[in-house]
Design a protein around this ligand. Sequence first.
Ligand SMILES: [Zn+2]
Length: 308
Amino acid sequence: MCDLTNPIFIDAAKARKHLERLYWPDGVTCRHCGNSDPTRISKLAGKSTRPGVHWCNECDKPFTVTVGTVMEDSKIPLNKWVLAYHLMAASKKGMSALQLSRMLGLSYKSSWFLCHRIRESMKPGSPSPIGGESKVVESDEAFFGGKAKNRAYAKKEPKKHAVMTLVERNGESRSFHVANVKAKTLREKIVTTVSRKSHLMTDELASYEKVGKEFANHQTVTHAADEYVRGGGFIHVNTAECRFSLMKRAVFGTHHSISEAHLPRYLSEWDYKWNTRKMTDVERAATAVIGGEGKRLQYRQSREAFHA
Ligand SMILES: [Zn+2]
């Protein structure tokens, strides 16, 4: 549970202190040169100075805690950023930009950028491979989008997007938007994501047949109920299916439709939530904030993406 009356959600100065504690647990560190010597950093104060500005005497540059993060150059008050991180990290079904714009009193466009920057923070920097000796990795595919019922003027069915999720049993998940579910496409993702020492569990899709031989073991199940009891519960893709049901609920329940250009960011969000499922909401939000370091998005990049 996150306590919404916490001052960090209401007061911008307290939110800044909160961010400084998260990003600089060992003390203020220059965002430009990494200098952390407290005698070589001074805090700028004065009526004309923006809040939270520090001066580095090593590189002679000013900096604040948000420099280089997804929050840099944002006009949105920091307490709203901190609250948005908490709401997105705590929501099990995902949160739409519209919902967040109402809750935070922001325009839809500002809220949209905020959501995507937070999703960017949730993306792992350099994801490590999953699986390994005597570990089970399940693979499953699903198609998203393509619902045309609310689009009175749509002439044809919107395109469906194929998504593949690889999940280590009792471990982490990695999801990808794939162009198709052909053997070559799926293999490329599987062999670069999963340790070959793993036991691979897939459905009976023919695309898995060849790549399965590259792993310690490959077993297949049909998506029929009686398969789940086979082998004392060892042979199943329940974990991947459970992971997919979370994602489907989010797409159809919260976001309704997701464009191809933005799908990878939504996938990062769902992987993130799955991979941090044992954390408390407060820990999950803090970890996401820290993940936003070094991921400043260029304004042009975001503006182009908004219209994608
Ligand atoms: Zn410096």
